[in-house]
Design a protein around this ligand. Structure first.
Ligand code: FAD
Length: 391
């Protein structure tokens, strides 16, 4: 009898309370039964499976760590575990969830007034309202902190927004879009809740992606788009407030990467135990075992790192550089793991139906979004040397 396939080699889930462990297993089962069977079809067509939205809502996990507004008020560790469970089956669905639960709801939770939180969060928690998060622009990616070109001009009790946002996940169908713009009067970044159908707001789907094809990324154009003062995030006064949201979500991306690595490793291990060459399962060959152990070592190192990351977050001690280091390390190691998984599967490693090719492609996007390797490295570099190398 062969040993069970499990990427949690050091049994880190052991640290969860029975209630949290049950939630982890519930989400795992959902991903295995509802998402896994349909995911390659949608990925291939670059379409979003809208029918899953009410099923995700039933899990009742949106806004995982937030207190009030119908949110679960779980630990950051639990949030990480759930991101990993989703990533283990599919990074696009994990990203959809991360945009809704982390970036969009998180922006309102961190930067919204009490009235705004009451108005939006309970329905976003139930996924009755879908959100997006618009920071990146066609000409401004890594340099978003100081360089946003989308402008906001106050006119009485209204704001006029102009410019474009690129890569915005969920934007093609989102009901509310968080748009970060530079106030032309005080030059500071402000946040706006822009509703679908708002005059002056339009979205075009970004086609031809080779990664995260299920995620519907949009190019948003704002042309004299009028937003009321009521829809300006009342507690965002500068980019520092946006950074608070990103610190939280970058930790989640690190966890999601661990999930992808784990999903690819588990598929590859299963395959190598079943695939026979030279009269033996290829898992019995030393060179194949070396790949598998390298994969597992990387996954175990990542997992122990993100557990500590979440502990720091739960203790209120997480810094930007902690989150950035984890994001860089995990997305880099994941790239290595998924490419080894593909390698040990030979030609079948590039076929979607063998469940590894998708991880290989998707790892590329996770590596670059929420701050590239270079940008997150520079955040850590600045913290440890005392010198900023950004410009
Ligand atoms: P650039 O900033 O042009 O960078 C190009 C290269 O130059 C990178 O390797 C970068 O590291 C390097 N570089 C830049 N500056 C420096 C420097 N000072 N030193 C060294 N190297 C440097 N954005 C959103 O706002 N909302 C979303 O929902 C969203 N979803 C996304 C989903 C996907 C699938 C993708 C691919 C992107 C998404 N993004 C989103 C945008 C993402 O955050 C950006 O792509 C990312 O920040 C990098 O910006 P850029 O692509 O413009 O690259």
């Amino acid at each position: 009898e062969l040993p069970p396939i499990d990427g949690d080699f050091y049994d880190l889930s052991d640290r969860l309370s029975p209630e949290d462990r049950a939630l982890q297993l519930k989400v795992r089962e959902f991903m295995e039964t509802e998402i896994k069977p349909i995911v390659n079809k949608y990925w291939n067509r670059a379409e979003f499976p809208f029918e899953i939205i009410p099923k995700v809502a039933e899990l009742d996990i949106c806004g995982v760590t937030f207190e009030g507004y119908g949110c679960p008020n779980k630990s950051f560790l639990m949030e990480g575990i759930l991101a990993s469970e989703m990533g283990r089956i599919d990074a696009s669905i994990a990203t959809f969830f991360g945009v809704q639960s982390g970036l969009a709801m998180g922006s309102i939770y961190v930067c919204g007034s009490e009235e705004q939180k009451q108005q939006w969060l309970p329905r976003m928690q139930k996924l009755e309202i879908i959100g997006s998060f618009g920071l990146t622009e066609p000409e401004v990616g890594s340099a978003a902190a100081g360089g946003l070109t989308v402008t906001a001009k106050r006119q009485g009790d209204k704001w006029i927004l102009n410019g474009q946002k690129k890569w915005i996940g969920n934007a093609t169908f989102a009901d509310v879009n968080i748009i970060w713009a530079r106030d032309v009067d005080d030059n500071q970044v402000k946040g706006f809740i822009v509703e679908k159908g708002n005059p002056g707001f339009s979205v075009e789907k970004i086609e031809n992606k080779m990664a995260l094809r299920i995620v519907q990324n949009g190019l948003i154009t704002l042309t004299n788009c009028e937003v009321t003062e009521e829809n300006r995030l009342q507690n965002c006064n500068s980019f520092k407030d946006v950074a608070k949201v990103l610190k939280m979500t970058r930790a989640g991306v690190a966890w999601m990467a661990v999930g992808c690595a784990r999903g690819a490793y588990e598929s590859a291990l299963k395959y190598t135990r079943e695939r026979v060459q030279f009269g033996k399962p290829i898992a019995s060959f030393q060179l194949i075992q070396n790949h598998l152990v390298e994969m597992l070592s990387n996954i175990t190192a990542m997992q122990t790192l993100v557990y500590r990351l979440s502990e720091l977050q739960d203790q209120g001690k997480l810094t930007d550089e902690h989150a950035s280091l984890a994001k860089v390390f995990c997305t880099m190691r994941t790239r290595d793991v998924v490419s080894r998984a593909r390698e040990v599967m030979g030609g079948n490693g590039i076929l979607l139906e063998y469940d590894v090719a998708r991880f290989v492609a998707d790892a590329e996007a996770i590596y670059s979004y929420e701050g590239t390797k270079e940008i997150n490295s520079l955040i850590v570099g600045r913290a440890i040397t005392g010198f900023s190398a950004f410009v």
